[in-house]
Write a protein that binds this ligand. Structure first.
Ligand SMILES: [Zn+2]
Length: 132
């Protein structure tokens, strides 16, 4: 699953410079040990924690996209400055998350990202993203 997600992100979105460490928790208490309640979390470029609920290829692709965002935009900017619709919309859309309807505001974020992505020149994607 790790290799598959890495290969997917590298080939379809952008080359990950330093592949992230991923902790695959088999229990919820493991996930909570890291201080998390969400199904999966990416901690800057430091690593990814996957809860038992998130052992699915598209979840891991989603988190690896967050890792790539932090590599390209920086941990601080990628977290605090870049709009949520870009960060989450990109992760939900480009991970090929199969859910046709996401809980709001994620559904709106994904739609907003799709509209933006359609008109951006792919070679300039990260430069455009940095200006958001
Ligand atoms: Zn996310």
């Amino acid at each position: 699953m790790y290799e598959g997600a890495l290969e997917f992100v590298d080939s379809s979105i952008g080359q990950i410079e330093k592949p992230p460490r991923v902790v695959f928790c088999t229990t919820e208490s493991c996930n909570e040990l890291f201080g998390f309640k969400a199904a999966a979390n990416t901690i800057g470029t430091f690593g990814i924690v996957i809860s038992p609920r998130a052992w699915k290829p598209y979840y891991l692709r989603h988190e690896m996209i967050h890792h790539l965002q932090k590599e390209r935009l920086g941990n601080i900017k990628g977290w605090l400055v870049t709009p949520d619709w870009f960060i989450e919309g990109m992760a939900y859309f480009l991970s090929e998350d199969p859910r046709s309807t996401l809980p709001e505001p994620l559904q709106q974020y994904r739609a907003q990202f799709v509209a933006w992505y359609k008109q951006v020149v792919k070679e300039h994607l990260w430069a455009e993203a940095a200006n958001l």
